[in-house]
Design a protein around this ligand. Structure first.
Ligand code: IVH
Length: 684
């Protein structure tokens, strides 16, 4: 039994070292020498070795990583981890300000922050102790990477506070790899002949997904906390909240600024345009947030972005290099994209050796030839593009590129339809298209089949084991075990992941099918309208265009997809193996009073946030759309309604004020079950 003194000694050492970590890693203001710090840590390690039962979860010795893990369990995000709408000019910032001002009816103040290029993570503190950390994933579900996050030195394992608003708190931030650490890591990898990371962002993402946290500990990752998804009661301002959490040990960016007016925001933008390049980490823009939480709540969010914040991205950097060759790439829809193979150059921290040329018309318009010197640019999107050639540098040996008349993947004839710029391979059996469709099906935002990535899909298609995505569910252990790099364990895991994917939400299944023009949002609309595959596949063009937000192009594409014989067969095979084909909620439908009704919300409601109002409507079977059309059933108007109100009047759509809306909801609100009440109470 360890003595009371030992327990006390350990506690004191933990607190002292944690405090020095905070001074060093968070504030950048150490108060002891490295030697003194090392001595304290050694002392703690020695005592803990003798009394391993006394190692507490917030002990600084726990930051070195632990035993490798098997994988990363999923973590649900509530509220979802949204992303930011991007803007690229001062005009767009001003337009954002005007929108906000109009909706709120007053001029708000802002917090401006640097947009650090890393990856979003969520940290959960329970009883002041870090209990869970996760990646953003698809915004709704991410991966549990607690062990890895714990190794980041600026992440406190325990908050230095007894303030009850911080006792149980979720904070979100950006994990990143400083430039020096990235260069050093790549230098080491080069020596070991390992593939290099393209940029600090990728190396941060790659590091946080390592299964061995001891390796992560060596990667010198860092973090800035920038968001508090559920603001604490009594704290009104985001800027003040950032200060409070910083005092409790969380690292916030020292260049966050409170901006009283939009002019201050614009000055911040200008100030950091060049200054950001002197920072030891990559900053690709600024984030502008309405400062007061009550205003943030009133403005609410769309499905993807908050309405109270935007990102401004600094103009992309350009570089010059040489086009060594132009090749073509066939996508899952058969469109053939010309790609420039470049003499590798570094651009915004990434090594670029390929850049898209979009299509043949663009190559001609920009007059880009094989052998040309060119300007390339890395924009907001991941794929760099060739901007223009430098004809003055020509030697006469440059070659004009011609689109091939045969598909580079299957050799069949390439076609170009009247009025379209794209060249296409129309062989649906083309291996590149087949691979693309299967990769899309198994992707994270679709069926999320862990372990079935691009490389394995290519391999399985090449050896004939996969001809379409339904074949995935017919793969057998014997087929897989003989493949290169597939051991017993990975085969077992893959088969389990395939099995598990059968349970994915019906909306994901629809998205995974790869119907032209049907993205995740449309897939969700289709799910709420049709509920089952049986009903969806029987739909008609006329029925589809009655649905809010479904236009004729999408409608035609859906009808065409389900008419196709091969698609019909594939869907039947998916059904046979038990992939989720939706649930028939016919009986429920009649009991859902707003079933089939589309609402549009505009202006500020005094009793609900947008999200709350949306949840009420959806709970009663209705749906919420972002724009008013003839198909809209009701427009709910709050204070200072926007142009949607005018549109509703113009189209003669039913208009409800807040009181009328509340009446509809309360008259129809279903009885809450006991368990749902309990769930709500359990929330912190
Ligand atoms: S706020 C709901 N603040 O930018 C708003 N995001 O698309 C949540 N990012 O990957 C984001 N610096 O992690 C916010 N100071 C900052 C940020 C920041 C970087 C990242 C964020 C996300 C992306 C937004």
């Amino acid at each position: 039994m360890p003595s009371k003194e030992i327990v006390e000694k350990i506690k004191k050492l933990c607190n002292t070292i944690n405090y020095h970590n905070y001074r060093y890693y968070v504030l950048n203001q150490p108060v002891v020498s490295d030697y003194e710090y090392d001595m304290l840590l050694k002392e703690l390690e020695t005592i803990e070795k003798e009394h391993p039962e006394l190692i507490s979860p917030d002990s600084p010795t726990q930051k070195v990583g632990g035993e490798p893990v098997e994988g990363f369990p999923p973590v649900e995000h509530e509220p979802a981890m949204l992303s930011l709408d991007n803007t690229y000019s001062e005009d767009e910032i001003i337009a954002f300000h005007k929108r906000v001002k109009k909706a709120l009816g007053i001029e708000p103040s802002y917090t401006t922050e640097l947009k650090v290029d890393g990856l979003a993570v969520s940290l959960l503190y329970r009883d002041f102790i870090l209990t869970q950390a996760s990646t953003r994933g698809n915004g709704r579900v991410g991966d549990d990477i607690t062990q890895n996050i714990k190794t980041i030195r600026s992440v406190p394992l325990k908050l230095i506070s007894d303030d009850k608003i911080l006792k149980n708190i979720e904070v979100r931030g950006e994990a990143f790899m400083p430039r020096d650490a990235f260069i050093e890591l790549n230098r080491e990898r080069e020596k070991k002949k390992l593939p290099l990371f393209a940029n600090p962002r990728n190396s941060a993402a790659g590091s946080l997904k390592l299964l061995d946290s001891r390796e992560v500990a060596k990667r010198n990752l860092d973090i800035f906390i920038h968001s508090i998804p559920i603001p604490a009661k009594g704290i009104n301002s985001h800027f003040s909240m950032l200060k409070i959490i910083n005092r409790a040990g969380l690292k916030t960016n020292p260049y966050n600024r409170f901006c009283k007016t939009i002019e201050d925001v614009l000055r911040y933008r200008t100030e950091w345009e060049n200054k950001r390049k002197t920072l030891p980490y990559e900053v690709d823009g600024i984030v502008i947030k309405v400062d007061r939480y009550e205003f943030q709540i009133a403005l609410g969010s769309t499905e993807k972005n908050p309405r109270w914040a935007i990102a401004y991205k600094y103009p992309a950097e350009q570089a010059t290099t040489k086009v060594l060759n132009i090749v073509t790439q066939v996508g899952r829809t058969g469109i053939i994209t010309p790609v420039a193979i470049l003499n590798p150059v570094f651009l915004s921290g990434s090594k670029i050796s390929r850049a898209t040329l979009h299509n043949a018309d663009e190559i001609e318009r920009k007059d880009i030839r094989i052998g040309d010197s060119v300007f390339i640019e890395k924009g907001g999107e991941v794929i760099p593009e060739v901007l223009k050639s430098i004809p003055e540098d020509r030697t006469g040996k440059e070659k004009v590129f011609m689109m091939p008349d045969k598909c580079s993947s299957c050799g069949s004839k390439v076609v170009k339809y009247e009025g379209e710029v794209a060249y296409r391979c129309i062989n649906v059996g083309c291996p590149a298209q087949v691979k693309g469709r299967i990769i899309h099906f198994a992707a994270r935002n679709a069926m999320d089949i862990d372990g079935l990535g691009e490389k394995l899909v290519n391999q399985l298609v090449d050896i004939g084991l996969l001809k379409n995505y339904a074949d995935i569910y017919y793969l057998k252990r014997e087929d897989l075990i003989s493949l290169e790099r597939m051991g017993e364990k990975s085969v077992y895991n893959l088969i389990a992941a395939i099995e598990e994917s059968k349970e994915r939400d019906f909306a994901r299944v629809i998205f995974a099918l790869g119907i032209g023009d049907v993205g995740t949002h449309t897939a969700r609309i289709l799910t709420s309208h049709f509920k089952t595959m049986k009903r969806l596949r029987r739909t008609s063009f006329e029925e589809l265009i009655q649905i809010s937000e479904i236009g004729p192009v999408v409608a035609e594409s859906i009808v065409k997809f389900f008419k196709d014989k091969e698609n019909k067969a594939i869907i039947s095979r998916l059904e046979e193996v038990g992939v989720n084909m939706g649930k028939d909620t016919k009986e429920k439908k009649t009991s859902e009073p707003l079933s089939g009704k589309t609402f549009v919300l505009t202006g500020t409601l005094s009793s609900f946030t947008r999200d709350e109002a949306t949840r009420h409507i959806e709970k009663l079977g209705g749906s919420v759309s972002s724009s008013v059309s003839k198909k809209t059933d009701f427009v709910v108007i709050g204070e200072s309604p926007g142009s949607k109100y005018d549109k509703a009047k113009e189209l003669g759509v039913n208009i409800l004020n807040e009181k009328e809306f509340k009446e509809i909801i309360s008259n129809n609100e279903p009885q809450r079950t006991q368990s749902s009440q309990r769930k709500e109470r359990e929330k912190p």
